[in-house]
Design a binder for this molecule. Structure first.
Ligand code: GLN
Length: 485
C-alpha cells in the first residue's frame, strides 16, 4: 500500500489502530517527494528534519492514546503563511532570507492538531497570478501533464496534493487562488467565508479579499481540515466570532430539498465546450441526488474582473509598502542614501507582475483618480454583493465551472496579463462578496486535463457546499484517479 496516496480520513484509522506510525508515513511521503519532486517542483522549502521530529512526537502522543484530529498527518503549506523558524518567501526574492519569528494562527492550529509540516509550497509572487508562473523559485508543473500550468497562485500546494507529495495542504485565495489550482490539478479546494479562518500570519496581498483554506484529496478531508482551521482569532480584527459547526456532519448522502441555482452568466462567451459539458453532466448528477435545479441570474458578473483589478492592486500597493529593506527580508547594501536603499531593494526584490500591481494600485488611489477608479470599483462590488443576496433568497447554492478553460501550456499566457486576468472571471465574484466557494473535480478534457465544478453559497454556508460536493464526488468516478508520474 502506498501510504502517501491515502486521504486523511483513511490514515486516521490506520494510525489509530497502530497499523502505521506517523514516522512510517512521514518517511513514505519524503520518499515520494524524492522520487517525483524534480518533475513537479511543488516546493520552495522542504522541512524534513523538523517534520521527522514532529512525526516522532505524534507517534508518542498516539501511543499514549492522545493526539488531535491531524495527529501524524503530513501536510504542506503555501509559502505565504508564516511558519516559525521555517523560511517564508511569498514566492518573492525580496523575502528570500525571511525566517518568521512566529506561526500564523492556522499553522498553530494545524500543529496543535498534531500535523507534520512537510514544507512550504510554490506560489505566484505575493499570490499575484493565476498560473503560478510569477515565481522566482521555478514554475511548478501540472502532475497530470508536465508542460501545463498547475494554476495559481496556490499552484505548489495543489500540485503537492495531486502528486501525493503530502496528504493535504493549505493555500490562500484572493480572487480564486485555491479554487483554480484545485480545479486544474483535479483535487478539492475551498475558499471559506471571509472571517471564518484567521488571516493572522498570512502575508497580506489584498486584505479585504484574502482568505486561507484547504486543498485536499477529497471532500471529507476538506471538512476535516476546515474543522481544524476555523474559528475566531482576536489577532485578526476581521475574524468573525461565531460558532464553528462540525463540518463533517454535513457529509450526508442525498440532496432532497436542496435548491441549486445555475447562474446563466457563468456559461457565457469564452467558456470552453469541454468544460461546459463536464459541468452540465455534473449538474445532472446533482439532480439525480434529489436536488432541484434552477436557472438564476447574477447580472453584474462581467464587471467583477475590472473591479477586482482595481481593488486588489490598490490594497496590495499599500500592503507591500512594508517591504522596504529595513524590516524584513533582503536589503541592497550598495546605496547612496536611505531613499536610494529603498528604491534599489524594491527594484531588485520585486518581480514584474508585483511591480505592475503596485503601479496600478498607486495610480488608482492617487488624488484625482480615486473617485473614477477605486470608488467606482467599490460600487460595483456592492452590486455584486446584491446579486448574490437576491440569488440566495431562492437558492441554497450556486454551481458553475471554476475556470473558463482547463489548464493551458506553461508560457502560453505569461506575456499577456489581460488574458491571464480574464481567466479569473468565475472565481473573483465570491471574493468580492466574501462568500465561500468550493472546487470539486467533475471531469477531464479530451487532452486528459482535470475540470472542476465550483459550488458557491451564502456567508457561512460551508456545510451546504460540502454536502453538495460530497454528493457529486459520490456520483462521479473521479476521486482516487491519480496522474501517472
Ligand atoms: N489571479 C488573481 C490575482 O492575480 C487571484 C490571485 C489570488 O487569489 N491570490 O490577483
Amino acid at each position: 500500500m502506498d501510504l502517501y496516496a491515502l486521504t486523511i480520513h483513511e490514515l486516521q484509522g490506520l494510525l489509530a489502530r497502530k497499523e502505521v506510525t506517523p514516522l512510517d508515513l512521514t518517511e513514505a511521503v519524503f520518499d515520494r517527494i524524492e522520487s517525483v519532486e524534480d518533475r513537479v517542483n511543488a516546493f520552495i522549502t522542504l522541512n524534513k528534519e523538523q517534520a521527522l521530529l514532529q512525526a516522532a512526537e505524534a507517534g508518542r502522543q498516539l501511543e499514549m492514546g492522545e493526539g488531535g484530529p491531524l495527529c501524524g498527518i503530513p501536510l504542506s503549506i503555501k509559502d505565504v503563511l508564516c511558519t516559525k523558524g521555517l523560511r517564508t518567501t511569498a514566492g518573492s526574492k525580496i523575502l528570500e532570507p525571511f525566517v518568521p519569528p512566529y506561526n500564523a494562527t492556522v499553522v498553530e492550529k494545524l500543529e496543535q492538531a498534531g500535523a507534520v509540516i512537510v514544507g512550504k509550497t510554490s506560489m505566484d509572487e505575493f499570490a499575484m497570478g493565476s498560473a503560478n508562473e510569477n515565481c522566482v523559485y521555478g514554475v511548478p508543473k501540472n502532475p497530470w501533464k508536465p508542460d501545463f500550468i498547475c494554476g495559481g497562485s496556490s499552484g505548489g500546494s495543489a500540485a503537492s496534493v495531486a502528486a501525493d507529495e503530502c496528504i493535504a495542504s493549505l493555500g490562500s485565495d484572493t480572487g480564486g487562488s485555491i479554487r483554480q489550482p484545485a480545479s486544474h490539478c483535479g483535487i478539492v479546494g475551498l475558499k471559506p467565508t471571509y472571517g471564518r479562518v484567521s488571516r493572522f500570519g498570512l502575508l497580506a496581498y489584498a486584505s479585504s479579499l484574502d482568505q486561507v483554506g484547504p486543498l485536499t484529496k477529497d471532500v471529507t478531508d476538506c471538512a476535516l481540515m476546515l474543522n481544524v482551521i476555523s474559528g475566531y482569532d482576536r489577532r485578526d480584527s476581521t475574524s468573525v466570532n461565531c460558532e464553528v459547526p462540525d463540518y463533517c456532519a454535513s457529509l450526508i448522502d442525498g440532496l432532497e430539498g436542496m435548491i441549486i441555482g445555475i447562474p446563466q452568466e457563468y456559461f457565457g462567451e469564452g467558456l470552453d465546450p469541454e468544460v461546459e459539458a463536464a459541468v452540465k453532466n455534473a449538474v445532472e448528477k446533482l439532480g439525480d441526488a434529489g436536488a432541484i435545479i434552477r436557472e438564476v441570474s447574477l447580472p453584474h458578473t462581467e464587471y467583477g474582473v475590472a473591479a477586482y483589478y482595481i481593488i486588489a492592486p490598490a490594497e496590495a500597493s499599500s500592503n507591500l509598502a512594508r517591504y522596504d529593506g529595513v524590516k524584513y527580508g533582503m536589503r541592497v547594501m550598495e546605496a547612496d542614501s536611505l531613499l536610494d536603499m529603498y528604491k534599489r531593494t524594491r527594484s531588485q526584490g520585486f518581480g514584474d507582475e508585483v511591480k505592475r500591481r503596485i503601479i496600478m494600485g498607486t495610480y488608482a488611489l492617487s488624488s484625482g483618480y480615486y473617485d473614477a477608479y477605486y470608488k467606482k470599483a467599490s460600487q460595483v462590488r456592492t452590486l455584486i454583493i446584491e446579486d448574490y443576496k437576491k440569488a440566495f433568497v431562492d437558492c441554497d447554492v450556486l454551481v458553475s465551472p471554476v475556470t473558463p478553460s482547463p489548464a493551458w501550456k506553461i508560457g502560453e499566457k505569461s506575456h499577456d496579463p489581460l488574458s491571464m486576468y480574464l481567466s479569473d472571471v468565475l472565481t473573483i465574484p465570491a471574493n468580492l462578496a466574501g462568500i465561500p466557494g468550493l472546487s470539486v473535480p467533475c471531469g477531464f478534457s479530451s487532452a486528459g486535463l482535470p475540470i472542476g465544478m465550483q459550488i458557491q453559497g451564502a456567508h457561512f454556508a460551508e456545510k451546504k457546499l460540502l454536502k453538495v460536493g460530497y454528493n457529486l464526488e459520490k456520483r462521479l468516478d473521479i476521486v482516487g484517479k491519480k496522474p501517472s508520474l
